[in-house]
Design a protein around this ligand. Structure first.
Ligand code: F0G
Length: 458
């Protein structure tokens, strides 16, 4: 069968409000050409993020009602801990309200000030947390990760040669090494088990902690099952377990592959580090058996972590993303290939060669998708990663200018995607008319969330 079979049926629906092109131009002007400033009710298809935007299952809603809201030692905590432990094997599991809280606690306790954190590619919050604590976030993806048209199966891999060089020349300057699975900023591309094993071994030889930023571990494990020799017969759970077994710890946002609307955790094997992390957790998040979450959230995550490794779900999930990616290519839009796990990344730099990086081509494309069809994506380019380098004070431009269309889990149907592809064809037809943007106002950290922009004319 060719049809993508969504392995669920719909029990609760939410209406979507239609808007006209004129209305959307006005709304965008009022939002200073920053889609984060547009109200969700004014969006038709919201692909801003796959984070916390998924639909929960009937089992998860039922689990919410079982939530035990005791401050200490709640039943829901034990359920959560048991499932996370079974999946990851980590000794210490520290719940947090979302992924970035886990990052902040980890980097604070590891002491990143004046040191490097090495990653295949830091996501924006991860980079910002390292930099806010005085560390240096260094990205070393494999070279093919920077070539959008390259079809290599594991473009989320870390560059092992470069990693070895850094680990041997300057180990005292390295706070930790992370691999983000899947590599969100690099196109939602997976890392292979082979790469994770080799990176883990290099780090352990050098005595440097090796971490996973595990937000999308299940999608990564599915790609391993599909693409890595010798893994086809393994269960996703066993692949995921092996991924976690290679690391000294992990940060996790349950808003992605936790299939929940909020939550996360920080995990570690090291007793002393975990004690320190728990102390900071109590200070800033909550007691270690709830970590800033309600008991019901812990329940929803525990169930989500079971549903997310189911193969029917992952088969549908990855097929849906591929369908969008292939459709965009047919509509004449170059994308990061192959399509990622949670999102498709349009290569706006190539699609709009008449708009240079400092004029934010991917943001211009994001605005065009909104104007033409009420579709909201997110710029992953110079608006997100540019700005002043805290180390050198120089203006940075991003290595790639991408528009990410992230797909919320279990939310949109194939008809929604077909509509989106019609919008893409409209945008492609108007490509020469698109103009860049300039930044009118910005913040020091994570400027893309709040920046005010204005279109360039001419
Ligand atoms: N790491 C990665 C790879 C992420 O993609 C995110 C969030 C985080 C950490 C932080 O987790 O949001 O729970 O604090 N990514 C979202 C996105 C926001 O849209 O990709 P959080």
């Amino acid at each position: 069968m060719k049809t993508i079979f969504e392995p669920f049926r719909i029990k609760t629906v939410e209406p979507l409000r239609m808007t006209t092109r004129e209305e959307r131009i006005n709304l965008l002007e009022r939002a200073d050409w920053n889609l984060f400033r547009v109200a969700a009710d004014d969006i038709l298809i919201d692909l801003l993020t796959d984070s916390g935007t998924g639909a929960m299952s009937a089992e998860q809603w039922a689990a919410l009602n079982r939530g035990d809201e005791s401050y200490a030692g709640s039943r829901s905590w034990f359920r959560f801990e048991q499932r996370v432990h079974e999946l990851t094997g980590f000794k210490h599991i520290i719940p947090t309200h979302q992924g970035r809280a886990a990052e902040r606690i980890l980097f604070s306790c590891l002491g990143v000030a004046g040191k490097m954190v090495i990653n295949n590619t830091h996501f924006d919050t991860t980079r910002a947390n390292v930099e806010a604590l005085g560390g240096r976030a260094v990205d070393i993806p494999v070279p093919e990760a920077r070539i959008p048209s390259d079809e290599s199966p594991f473009k989320g891999n870390i560059d092992l040669g470069e990693l070895e060089r850094l680990l041997t020349t300057a180990p005292e300057q390295i706070a930790c090494v992370m691999i983000t699975v899947t590599n969100n900023s690099g196109g939602g591309q997976p890392a292979s088990l082979e790469n994770l094993r080799a990176a883990s071994e290099l780090c352990h030889r050098a005595g440097i902690p090796f971490y996973l930023d595990a937000c999308r571990f299940a999608e990564n494990a599915w790609f391993i099952k599909m693409r890595e020799p010798g893994c086809g017969d393994r269960t996703v759970e066993s692949i995921a377990r092996e991924m976690f077994s290679l690391a000294d710890g992990a940060t996790f946002s349950a808003k992605k592959d936790g299939l929940a609307n909020i939550g996360g955790f920080l995990a570690a094997h090291n007793d002393q580090l975990a004690r320190q992390e728990e102390e900071l957790l109590i200070l800033t998040e909550g007691f270690p058996t709830y970590g800033g979450l309600a008991g019901r959230d812990l329940e929803a995550i525990a169930v989500g972590l079971t549903e997310v490794v189911q193969e029917d779900y992952l088969r549908y999930r990855i097929a849906a993303t591929r369908y969008l990616g292939e459709g965009l290519m047919k509509a004449g839009m170059p994308i990061v290939r192959p399509p990622g796990g949670h999102a498709v990344y349009v290569d706006a730099g190539t699609f709009l060669p008449h708009i240079p990086p400092r004029e934010l081509p991917a943001q211009a494309l994001a605005c065009a998708f909104y104007v033409e069809g009420g579709v909201r994506g997110v710029e992953i380019g110079t608006l997100m990663f540019g700005g002043k380098d805290p180390a050198t004070g120089k203006e940075r431009v991003a290595p790639l200018e991408l528009l990410r269309l992230a797909i919320p889990r279990r939310v949109y149907t194939q008809s929604h995607v077909d509509y989106l592809l019609e919008v893409a064809a409209e945008v492609a037809a108007r490509r020469q008319e698109l103009r860049g943007l300039r930044i009118v106002e910005e913040s020091v950290h994570l400027r893309h969330f709040t920046a005010r922009l204005a279109p360039l004319v001419g």
